[in-house]
Design a protein around this ligand. Structure first.
Ligand SMILES: [Zn+2]
Length: 145
């Protein structure tokens, strides 16, 4: 897994909590982490206090492979707020470990005429300094980028 180098766009950054800190900061170690049930191994995102599959409270964060599939996308041509350079791709991706875990993210490093539903992707992190702990926003690029 890699990190975007150079200038990064303005983003409204999340407020870090005990529950979301690993998700937003583990990119510093090249990891994409989600909560996972210690009993039935179900992946849980966003965090919930009990496992929705088996009602266990034995939850901890774990790294996934960083691989995902493109579920759907839209190309944004309108500058609604400060953010990435236009046009950019807003994507919903499904992680390969458990497709019910979906992230709304940006697809990067991909010519728009190459975008295909279901295409294999991998995570790439966009770093943002933050006084409370640097935030690494998980974006996705084609697996063969
Ligand atoms: Zn469970």
């Amino acid at each position: 897994m890699s990190v975007i180098e150079g200038e990064v766009p303005f983003r409204v950054l999340p407020a870090l909590t005990e529950q979301n800190r690993d998700f937003w900061t583990a990119g510093a170690r090249g990891e994409l982490r989600f909560w996972r049930c210690g009993d039935c191994r179900h992946w849980i995102h966003p965090w919930q206090p009990i496992c929705p599959a088996c009602h266990s409270k034995s939850l901890a964060t774990e790294a996934v492979s960083g691989r995902a599939a493109l579920a759907t996308y839209t190309i944004n041509h309108q500058q609604w707020m400060p953010g990435p350079q236009l046009p950019y791709v807003v994507a919903i991706v499904e992680i390969v470990e458990q497709p019910s875990v979906r992230l709304t993210t940006n697809l990067v490093n991909c010519p728009h005429d190459r975008i295909r539903i279901g295409m294999p992707l991998r995570v790439i992190f966009e770093p943002h300094p933050d006084p409370d702990g640097d935030i690494f926003i998980p974006l996705f690029e084609p697996e063969d980028a």
